[in-house]
Design a protein around this ligand. Structure first.
Ligand code: FE2
Length: 493
């Protein structure tokens, strides 16, 4: 036997689906929590197979890939030459050891008439805060792909006790992080290994291809550009970012184009789903200017109106503008990370006398926010998908003060586990809804978003879990919202 133990204990994954293929991923690790995953520090060849059927009777493609120690014995095979709009099955093999079987669908060919698209939106999966019950539900859905908005891991050290959550309620530590706060490549690798051993997370990876993006916790809390939020000198923070991005690439089913170059990673990109949708995956961290007004959720300061502020950075913003001008897809999806609605509210603790804002979101960057929203005006087909907040929100977006005609809608998906079980209505429900007329829905349980898209109608369902602090959580649809093509307003079904 080549290995002390089963080498595919981290499962398999697929990502970056296109009309002719996708990436298939695995990482050899007979002992995932060991420093080198229980692997010899040498190149190891792994065979892969892609089949039309789950029984692998009809093998369409096969090959051999090198799992190299430079990238933690991860394997990213970029498949091409497959048929559009159909499911495939894949697995890896070393000698007699065979991996679990994954399933992924190719996208419909670009421009071909396409009547439906179904996908899940998920992220924010703090290990300590709860179980991945929502991922088990995602694995049971028949979806074309999953969009992950980041916070796949959290970088903090093991918590020694429960922390106070919203409204002073405590969030129990459901399971422990291994180790201290993450700084080195080995630290980040170990954290991913721990998370990726979760059976529900593995099931969600096996069920569909993912479009993975990162937010802050893949590196450190609230970082932007070369600014850590902890005052680290930029040149030192970039060393940490480099380690974090390497581990991120190693664990995500990304294309070669996203292999990090130093402390940078190519993360913004576009996918086309037939003629039905253009999905613009945005990077709201690497090119953003530093957060205004000091602390998050404080009173507003003049810096939020800084005309030189950037969220996407000038190159990505120009790219997105030209993408939107092409008007290729029936719908335009902005798959991004931080909230675009500019809501007056508090986050933690009891609401103060003056509503504050989340400056680690587009609300802290009003000039680029306004530029983007004015660009969307007249399209009538833009849906913004967001995470980060650990709450569900649905609202309408308008330029300027937000009182005008909406130009897009935004769905903020909650978290898989971050923030703990939560409750249907947070203490601030009534105040926040009353203070924000463009906000149509707010809810504070864990879960994910399930989107069904047709040429004339977009439907999003908020799937919520009644508890994540113990097994047995029940997932149900808490609310459903629809948008008619050409009329960016939310209608609750
Ligand atoms: Fe998060």
């Amino acid at each position: 036997m080549l290995f002390r133990d089963y080498p595919f204990r981290l499962g398999v994954a697929a990502g970056e689906p296109a009309a002719d293929g996708f990436v298939i991923w695995t990482r050899l690790a007979p002992d995932p929590l060991d420093r080198h995953g229980g692997m010899p520090m040498a190149k190891v060849d792994v065979d892969w197979e892609v089949a039309a059927d789950e029984g692998f009777k009809q093998i369409i493609q096969k090959g051999t890939a090198a799992a190299r120690p430079e990238i933690g014995h991860s394997v990213h095979v970029e498949l091409a030459g497959l048929q559009p709009a159909r499911p495939y099955f894949y697995r890896f093999r070393i000698g007699r050891e065979v991996s679990p079987i994954g399933r992924a669908k190719t996208l419909p060919a670009i421009g071909v008439r396409t009547d439906r698209m179904r996908f899940a939106v998920a992220g924010c999966q703090a290990w300590e805060d709860g179980l991945y019950t929502a991922f088990a539900d995602i694995a049971d859905q028949e979806i074309d792909f999953l969009y992950h908005y980041g916070d796949y891991i959290y970088e903090g050290r093991r918590k020694l006790m429960s922390k106070p959550g919203h409204d002073g309620r405590s969030i129990p530590v459901v399971r422990d992080h291994l180790g201290d706060e993450l700084y080195s490549l080995d630290d980040y690798r170990l954290r991913y290994a721990q998370y990726r051993m979760d059976p529900n997370l593995q099931a969600a990876h096996r069920a569909a291809a993912w479009f993975a993006t990162f937010d802050d916790h893949e590196v450190s809390n609230d970082w932007v550009s070369d600014h850590s939020a902890q005052g680290t000198p930029p040149e030192l923070f970039l060393l940490r970012r480099q380690a974090a991005f390497q581990a991120y690439y190693e664990y995500m089913p990304l294309r070669r184009a996203s292999i990090p170059m130093g402390a940078s990673i190519q993360a913004y990109r576009r996918a086309r789903f037939g003629d039905l949708a253009d999905i613009h995956l945005l990077d709201t961290r690497q090119f953003r200017t530093s957060r205004p007004c000091g602390e998050n959720f404080t009173a507003e300061c003049d810096a939020v109106r800084d005309p030189k502020a950037q969220v996407l950075g000038s190159a990505q913003e120009a790219w997105l503008t030209s993408e939107l001008r092409q008007k290729a897809g029936r719908w335009n999806v902005l798959a991004q990370q931080v909230m675009m609605m500019n809501l007056a509210r508090d986050r933690d603790g009891v609401a103060g006398p003056k509503p504050t804002r989340n400056f680690d979101s587009w609300a802290g960057y009003l000039a680029p926010r306004d530029r983007l929203l004015r660009n969307l005006d007249g399209l009538g087909n833009v849906v913004v998908l967001t995470g980060d907040e650990h709450q569900n929100f649905a609202g309408e977006l308008a330029p300027g003060d937000g009182a005008g005609k909406p130009v897009a809608v935004e769905f903020v998906s909650t978290s898989i586990s971050s923030g703990g079980s939560g409750s249907d209505a947070r203490y601030d429900q009534a105040q926040v809804m009353a203070a924000n007329p463009t906000l149509k829905f707010k809810q504070d349980q864990r879960g994910y978003l399930l989107c069904d898209v047709a040429p004339d109608l977009w439907t999003s369902r908020f799937r919520t879990v009644d508890k994540v602090h113990e097994p047995g959580g029940v997932v149900s649809t808490r609310a459903t919202f629809a948008i008619e093509h050409g009329n960016p307003k939310l209608v609750q079904a």
